[in-house]
Design a protein. Structure first.
Length: 538
C-alpha cells in the first residue's frame, strides 16, 4: 500500500513538472509569436509608407526615431544610439579616443581651440589654445555647430585632417595637416595640496576604464608630498565604469565590507560588490563634494563613504541615477541601452530618484538625530524638486541617520557663491577666455619663461592688475554687455576668475583648479570640515 502511494505521488510530481515546463514553454512561445507579429507590422508599416507616402523620407532615420521612442517609453535611461553616437560614448569612458588632441569652444561665432592635449598631433604641430579654426578639410566652419565640427575633427587613426587656423590679431592664415592618432583622456583633471596645509585635492571628471590606476597614482604622489587628508571633488562627474569605482573604494575601506549591490528581474544582473582592502589608505580622512550633476558611479562612491562612515559628503543632492544599463550592439555599429538592474548603497538606500507631485515630508525619526537647520534645508529642497511623499531614514555602520529616497543627500548642504548676471553672461559668452587669449598673445613668452610649468608660483605671484580689469570691462562693453553696479559687486570675483582662466589657457584644468579654489565655497567649507572627517574615522 505504502509503495503504491509513493508511486502515485511520484507520478503526480512528474506530471506537475511536465505541465509547468510545457506551460512555461507555451508562454515563451506565445510571447515570441507576439513579438514576431508586432515586428511584421512595423516592417509592413515601413514598406507601405515608402511606397505610398507623398514625399521621400530616410528609412534609417525614421527607424532610429521609432527605436528610440520604444526604449524611451520604458525609462529615460534606455535609448537607441546611432553608430557614431555609440562610438563617441565608448570613447568618452574608455580613457582614449581617435583624433588630433584638441578641445574646441565657439567664441564670437568662431570655433576656438581652448585646450591642446600634450604630445598629441596638434601639440606636436605647434597649435595653441586661442587659435581659431576657419576651415576644416577645405570647408568653412565659421558659425558652424560645435558638436558637428568636433565629430569631423575626430576620425580613424592614420587619416589626415586639414585645419586652416588664424592666430591672435594676425591676419595671416596657416594650414596644418595633422594625422589622427589615439589620444589618451584623463579621469583625474587636477590634483594638488592646498598651500600651507597637508590637505590634498583630487578632481575627477568621469570614471574611465583607467581611473583606478590614475587615482592610485594621484594618491601616492600626494602622499609623498605630505598629504594627510583628502578632498575628492565629484561635481559634474556623471559616472562611468562601476568596477573601477569599486576598486577605488576597496583601497579606502576595510576588507569584506559591502560597497554596493544590485537587484534585477534577471538573476544574471543581481550582483554584490565587496571590498578587497589593502589597508594602504584606510585611515585617510576624506571629504567628498557632490552636486546635482554627480550621477551613477559618483553616487555609488558618495553613498558608500556615508554608509560605511568612511568620509563626509558635502554639497547638494546628487542627480539620482541608480539604474544599470547594459549595451546591446548591432552589426552596423549602432546599439541600444536597456535598464537591467537597480543600484543600492550598502545600507539599502536606493540611488534612483523618483519624482511626483505629492506633498513632501521626512520620516518622523529624522527629527531625533538631524539638527533643525539641516532638516529645514532638506524640506525646502524637496519641495522644489517634488520628491516622494515621505523619505525613509537609514543607518550607517556607526548609527548615523542617512536620508534615502533617491540620489545622495549630503551630510552638509553647501552651494557655490552666487554671482550677478553680469559675471554669468561673461562666462557663458566666453569673454574670460577671449580676453585671456588676447592677453597671452602679448605676454605668453614672458609668462612661460618666468613660470615654466610651476602653477604654484603663478598662483602666489601673478596679479591681475586694474589695467587688465579695465581691458576686460571694455571688451565686455564692446559686446553691448554691461552693468556697473553688478561689476562693482563682482569685481574681486572677476579678478580671481580671470586669473584662473589665464592659468587654464596655459596649463589646462590643472592650472584652473589650482587657482580657482580660492573662489570655491564648497572647497573652502570642506577644508574647514577636515577635523570632523578625522573624528569620523576614530
Amino acid at each position: 500500500m505504502m509503495k503504491n502511494k509513493k508511486i502515485f505521488f511520484l507520478f503526480v510530481s512528474i506530471t506537475l513538472i511536465i505541465l509547468l515546463v510545457f506551460g512555461f514553454q507555451s508562454k515563451e512561445s506565445e510571447i515570441e509569436n507576439e513579438i514576431n507579429y508586432e515586428a511584421q507590422k512595423f516592417r509592413d508599416l515601413l514598406l507601405t509608407a515608402y511606397q505610398n507616402y507623398n514625399d521621400t523620407f530616410d528609412i534609417k532615420k525614421v527607424s532610429e526615431i521609432a527605436f528610440n521612442s520604444l526604449l524611451q517609453s520604458l525609462d529615460p535611461n534606455s535609448q537607441y544610439l546611432s553608430a557614431q553616437t555609440y562610438k563617441n560614448f565608448i570613447e568618452t569612458y574608455s580613457g582614449k579616443y581617435d583624433g588630433v588632441g584638441i578641445t574646441i569652444y565657439p567664441i564670437n561665432d568662431t570655433i576656438t581651440i581652448i585646450a591642446v592635449s600634450p604630445g598629441g598631433p596638434a601639440d606636436s604641430a605647434g597649435i595653441m589654445p586661442g587659435d581659431k579654426i576657419l576651415f576644416l578639410n577645405g570647408e568653412n566652419v565659421i558659425k558652424a555647430n560645435q558638436n558637428l565640427v568636433a565629430e569631423k575633427i575626430n576620425g580613424e587613426v592614420g587619416t589626415k585632417l586639414s585645419l586652416i587656423i588664424k592666430r591672435g590679431s594676425n591676419s595671416s592664415l596657416n594650414e596644418y595637416i595633422l594625422t589622427r592618432k589615439n589620444i589618451k583622456t584623463n579621469s583625474i583633471v587636477s590634483k594638488f595640496i592646498f598651500p600651507e596645509t597637508n590637505i590634498g585635492f583630487i578632481k575627477s571628471s568621469r570614471f574611465t576604464s583607467n581611473c583606478y590606476n590614475e587615482f592610485m597614482e594621484a594618491l601616492d604622489d600626494l602622499k609623498k608630498n605630505g598629504m594627510k587628508s583628502l578632498i575628492f571633488d565629484l561635481r559634474s562627474n556623471q559616472g562611468g565604469y562601476l568596477e573601477q569605482v569599486v576598486k577605488i573604494i576597496g583601497e579606502l575601506v576595510p576588507e569584506g565590507q559591502k560597497i554596493t549591490y544590485t537587484t534585477s528581474k534577471n538573476p544574471e544582473y543581481k550582483l554584490e560588490y565587496t571590498s578587497k582592502g589593502n589597508k594602504k589608505f584606510e585611515k585617510l580622512p576624506i571629504i567628498v563634494i557632490i552636486d546635482e550633476q554627480s550621477a551613477s558611479a559618483s553616487e555609488i562612491f558618495a553613498g558608500a563613504m556615508q554608509d560605511l562612515d568612511r568620509g563626509l559628503v558635502i554639497g547638494s543632492q546628487s542627480f539620482g541615477k541608480g539604474t544599470v544599463q547594459k549595451y546591446f550592439e548591432f552589426k552596423d555599429g549602432s546599439a541600444f541601452s536597456l535598464t537591467v538592474a537597480s543600484y543600492y548603497t550598502p545600507s539599502g538606500r536606493s540611488v534612483q530618484k523618483k519624482l511626483n507631485k505629492d506633498k513632501i515630508t521626512l520620516e518622523p525619526s529624522t527629527n531625533l538625530e538631524i539638527d533643525k537647520q539641516t532638516i529645514q534645508k532638506m524640506e525646502t529642497m524637496l519641495k522644489n524638486i517634488n520628491m516622494g511623499n515621505q523619505l525613509p531614514v537609514y543607518k550607517s555602520l556607526k548609527g548615523r541617520s542617512l536620508v534615502g529616497g533617491g540620489g545622495i543627500f549630503p551630510d552638509y548642504f553647501i552651494k557655490d557663491d552666487t554671482t550677478t548676471a553680469l559675471t554669468l553672461v561673461m562666462k557663458s559668452r566666453g569673454i574670460f577666455l577671449e580676453y585671456s587669449y588676447i592677453y597671452l598673445s602679448k605676454f605668453r613668452d614672458e609668462i612661460t619663461k618666468k613660470y615654466k610649468s610651476n602653477v604654484s608660483d603663478f598662483m602666489k605671484t601673478f596679479k591681475v592688475s586694474d589695467t587688465m580689469l579695465d581691458e576686460i570691462s571694455q571688451l565686455t562693453k564692446n559686446k553691448n554687455i554691461w552693468n556697473e553696479q553688478m561689476y562693482q559687486q563682482d569685481k574681486e570675483y572677476i579678478r580671481q576668475f580671470l586669473k584662473s582662466t589665464i592659468a587654464f589657457s596655459l596649463w589646462g584644468d590643472a592650472g584652473f583648479y589650482n587657482i580657482h579654489y580660492v573662489l570655491d565655497k564648497p572647497i573652502n567649507f570642506a577644508i574647514s570640515l577636515i577635523p570632523e572627517a578625522e573624528k569620523l574615522l576614530n
